[in-house]
Structure formats: structure tokens, C-alpha cells
Design a protein around this ligand. Sequence first.
Ligand SMILES: Cc1ncc(COP(=O)(O)O)c(C=O)c1O
Length: 302
Amino acid sequence: MTHAAQQLCLPTVYLNGEYMPLENARISPLDRGFIFGDGVYEVIPYYDGRGLRANEHLIRLQRSMEELYMTNPYSLEKWESAINGLIAKNGGGNLAIYIQVTRGVAKRDFPPPAGLTPTVFMMANPLPTPKPEIYVNGISAVSLDDNRWLKCHIKSTALLGAVLLKHESNLLGGDEGIMFRDGYLTESSASNIAAVKNGVILCPPMDNLILGGITYVLMIELAKKAGLPLEVRRVSRKEVRGADELWIMSSTKEVVPIVSLDGRPVGHGIEAGKPGPIFKTMYQLFQNYKRELASAPPQAAE
Ligand SMILES: Cc1ncc(COP(=O)(O)O)c(C=O)c1O
């Protein structure tokens, strides 16, 4: 095991049905994932072997493949056992399981040939949950035009749009970029977003313009269960500029408050530029949900 390989991911990866050290994993350069970004992926958080909404992630993986006219090579049960094996072989703990399925290897040509064998790759990384200060101090964001394609509901490995938007956010001095299409809020480069105005949580609809996040759906469920006023609807740039709170959500970030947007503090009065009360409630609801998960039977037994 080289030092460089150790830093890239945890030592054991999964490739096409086999567990192996990362440095033994070999993929053809003619894999359509490499040539065209012709593939889909998932990132599933596991806490001590317990997947947080793992089934929902695997169902979204299936839906993404259907959008690409691909056949899922594995059943739900096979995915679960392959993931559990990967967790066990990497020593358990809190892990982000990355799954990638590409259309497979073929002569380079645009139309996808029938009958290819998909390439299945999985790796594990320690779950990169933000440091506690982030939840207290928040992050900064900049507004960007959403110039990605119109099929953002597919979790495709073709991520150049998101890569450039994230890079441009950082060049503009923001921790994150939040995106607008035709004057309406969509999402961040790798997370969903909600705004709060006058105590109402405003959530962009889960259409083709955003990835329907598993965390987003969970947060909406938790907020509704807790009786928090919430509207799923288009949110204008003006509403975002005047919002009392903004927060982003994803499987690895959980829920993180944005405290400044385009160099101006988010919110009003003495609370401006600080994580807001509804963010704090949502954070707590999420932590409670995780605590309940911790008392459920583990899924990774090997
Ligand atoms: C574009 C985009 N939106 C939203 C999300 C959040 O999705 P999830 O909560 O399923 O991690 C992600 C996660 O990677 C993403 O890439």
C-alpha cells in the first residue's frame, strides 16, 4: 500500500464483484464512464454500519440508471450485501460509501451499444461531516447562474458543471455557490438548499432542475412532523436576498447554515450573519433522527 493510495480512500475497494486493495483496481480507459462520463453514482452515509436511508439512495441509483437507459446490474439485496462487505473490510465506523456504475467498456462511439456489462465500483471514506464550528459559525455563499443541463435530477458522474460552479464559488471567495435559473433558486453544487422567511421554510420543488436529495426529503419530513410551516415552491432571487435564514443539506454535510451571501449577512437585526433559530431546530431534529438510527440493529454484519 503506497502512502498516496492510503490518502485517496480507505484501503479496500470493490470492483465488479470483488474486494481488492485500491492499487489493484484496474478499469479500461475505454470505459464509457471515463470517455463520456456515461454513468451514475451515489454517496450513502453509514453510521457504525447503519445506513441513513440507504434504501432510498439505492432506489435513486436505480432511477438514475433508468434515466440513462441502463439496467441495474444488482438487486437491492446484492447491493446491500456488497456494501456491508465493503464496510466490514474497511473496519466499520462512520463511512461515506461511494457507488459508481458506468455503462461499461466499448469502442468509442456516441450511441450506447446494447448488451454491455456495466462497471461497478465502490469505495469507502471516513464520513466528512463538517467540524462542529461550521454549525456554530456558518459558511459564506455566492450567487451564481445555474448553467448546468436540464436533467439535474439524475445523479450522473458527468459533473463538470458542478465542478466549475464550485470552483468559481471559491474563486469569488465563497465557501459555496447557490444557483439560480431564470431568477429562481435551484440548489448548491453538491447540496440542496432551503430559505426561511417570516418563520416559513421555503423549499425549491424537486423537479428536473435539482437533485432530489435524500437529506432534503428527510428534512422536509422532519420539519412537517415537528409542525414547522413549510412551502415547497419556486423561490425567487429577491426572496433569497431578503431571507431570514438559508441552509444547505446533503448526506455528508447534514444541514449547514449560510450566514453570508454575496458579502452581505443573511438575516436581519441582531441575528443577522448568525445561524438562525429554525436552522438550530432542524439541526437538532436531524441529530435526534441519527440517535434513533444508532439504536436500530446494524445492517453491516459480516
Ligand atoms: C447537486 C446535488 N444536490 C443535492 C445533493 C444532496 O443529496 P443527498 O442529500 O442525497 O446527499 C447532492 C449530493 O451530492 C448533489 O450533488
